[in-house]
Design a protein around this ligand. Structure first.
Ligand SMILES: [Zn+2]
Length: 564
């Protein structure tokens, strides 16, 4: 038994997340957490909403809400969506929490004491009318490149050119529309990452086990040279900076967000959190696994480690990074504003969570970007879940109900068909477990699907429905074996389709098992666990198929390309 800390990149507070965000970090982290719990490990699966920064302020303003109230409301929406998908966080926190305020200020104080923080002067846009400095995105004006009249101070949305607010022609405040924009001096705290470059590089080099992509992204950043970065901003919403002259400033979101991994753990396990995070308090025995999209790798291999290492305190750093590529919407981008793609809340309105979980994980964008299409989704539901898994469970339990009074049948001895099944399962379960240990999801779930298929193939050979008339003993062995197999399959499938697994296990009297134990041992023994005479109730149809008219309606609703 091990202690395993699992974090998912924090979803930004601003709006419900789409399927690409879900499979990019939160869902794979959940599947892995469920697997680790099934193996009997002590698991902390930690996530939170990332709540600070300009986009949250702007979104709140647009919604006509106070930013704190806006974030509180959005947090509840994201939390509910996560629950709907069965995301089994041990704690789903908020980066705006008191615990994160304290820890962020603690890290800043430690970094300063160790000589890694310095006050510098920046030039920044100020609006006397608004009485405040304006972050880049708060300044709008005419793009000097294309003449677009609503270009933002950081980028023109029309031509894509990266801008400085001072590049804009006729700039105005996005807060008030005021045109009295001027540039003033402002003081900010800089994290001297350049001084930590050597130590971060040595730490990255100590992980030759990381995937090539992860190491090359980290090395690229290090080779380009780590730049000292400002960790404060002239904003109201955020973690306050306890320092004279910084009364109207907060820490910048990139600095406080990863610290929330620690703060959320502390909120969850108030007395024992240090054994997850402090190597002098037992965290040396913790294995720390992070899940994130590929855009976040540099942040987790370089930026956050700078903060941890520079504090000169014994913080637990990541052992294993699982980074994922993009899930695209028919090869393009998911877009909230253009109503393109499926978001977490809408997904659950049309299909149960397990259908999405299965499709997304069996097709996880691991080695490359992967296109989501409704047609492929429907194919996975209809073939894998309904025809293969659902059919196996429903066919066997119904036959058992009609021919063996709904109890596990007695009699008969195992023969060649069963021996062949044992051999195949031993081989496949070992491979499946190995892929999950390696956090190699596509390979894992191809193997799981093959295990489901092996059940159907076994039934073809054992054919209890025909044997029942001529050789009831043989039929009894077939049904008993198949019922045992269904229980085993539920245990093996629980990390990826937990709702369905729970439904299947309940027919064997195993209700309410949060994390069904991982089946250990030989298939021969695993397939003879059900007691003869035990009542089995045939469940309702496990998976409803996707019909052509569903597909047509969804394509319309979610903006699928017409020529797809
Ligand atoms: Zn432009």
């Amino acid at each position: 038994m091990a202690r395993i800390l699992i974090t998912s990149a924090l979803p930004y507070i601003n709006g419900i997340k789409h399927l690409g965000n879900l499979v990019g970090s939160m869902l794979p982290a959940d599947v892995y957490a469920r697997y680790c719990r099934a193996r009997g490990h002590e698991v902390a699966y930690i996530c939170a909403t990332d709540e600070h920064g300009t986009p949250a302020e702007l979104a709140a303003r647009k919604a006509g809400q106070d930013v704190a109230a806006y974030c509180a409301e959005q947090h509840e929406i994201q939390k509910a969506a996560g629950e709907g998908f069965g995301l089994s966080y041990n704690h789903f926190g908020r980066s705006s929490s008191e615990a994160n305020h304290e820890l962020t200020q603690h890290f800043a104080a430690r970094l300063e004491a160790e000589g890694f923080i310095e006050e510098r002067t920046d030039r920044q846009v100020y609006s006397p009318t608004d009485g405040r400095f304006l972050p880049d995105r708060y300044v709008e004006g005419t793009c000097p490149n294309c003449g677009f009249e609503k270009a933002r101070g950081d980028q023109c949305d029309n031509c894509g050119k990266l801008l400085d607010p001072t590049d804009l022609i006729d700039p105005y405040s996005a807060v008030s529309g005021a045109k009295d924009i001027e540039v003033r001096d402002t003081r900010h705290l800089y994290l001297l990452q350049s001084k930590l470059e050597g130590e971060v590089r040595a730490w990255v080099d100590s992980h030759p086990d990381w995937p090539l992509l992860t190491r090359s992204i980290a090395k690229k950043w290090l080779d380009e040279g780590l730049r000292d970065r400002s960790i404060t901003r002239d904003l109201e919403w955020g973690v306050p900076v306890n320092r004279e002259g910084f009364e109207n400033k907060v820490f910048y979101v990139w600095f406080d967000a990863p610290i929330e991994y620690i703060a959320a753990t502390k909120e969850w396990d108030t007395d024992g959190w240090e054994r997850w995070w402090r190597t002098d308090q037992g965290a040396d025995d913790t294995r720390y696994v992070q899940f994130m999209g590929k855009d976040n790798v540099a942040f987790h291999t370089v930026s956050f480690p700078c903060t941890q290492i520079g504090s000169r305190e014994p913080w637990k750093k990541v052992d294993t990074l699982k980074s994922l590529n993009w899930l695209t919407w028919y090869g393009g981008k998911f877009s909230t504003s253009e109503g393109r793609g499926i978001f977490m809340d809408a997904a659950l309105e049309i299909m149960p969570a397990d259908a999405w979980r299965w499709y997304l994980m069996a097709n996880a964008p691991e080695s490359d970007d992967t296109a989501f299409t409704l047609e492929n989704f429907a194919g996975a539901v209809n073939k894998d879940l309904a025809d293969v898994l659902g059919n196996l469970v429903n066919r066997v339990t119904r036959f058992n109900a009609s021919r063996f009074d709904g109890v596990v049948p007695d009699g008969g001895t195992v023969g060649e068909a069963e021996e062949a099944l044992y051999a195949e399962l031993d081989r496949r379960i070992e491979a499946y477990t190995g892929h999950l240990e390696a956090i190699d999801f596509r390979k894992a779930f191809a193997e799981l699907r093959a295990i489901w298929v092996s059940g159907n193939e076994y039934l073809q050979v054992a054919a209890p429905w025909t044997a029942f008339k001529t050789d009831p003993e043989k039929a009894a062995v077939g049904v008993r074996t198949a019922l045992n197999l269904i229980q085993l399959i539920a245990e093996l499938s629980a990390p990826v389709i937990p709702f369905t697994a729970a439904k299947i296990l309940s027919i064997f009297g195993r209700e309410g098992e949060e994390a069904p134990a991982w089946p250990e041992g030989k298939a021969k023994d695993l397939l003879s666990r059900l007691e003869v005479g035990m009542p089995i109730e045939a469940p309702d149809v496990l998976f409803k198929k996707v019909e052509d008219e569903d597909l047509a309606a969804w394509s319309e609703r979610f903006g699928a390309p017409k020529d797809a």
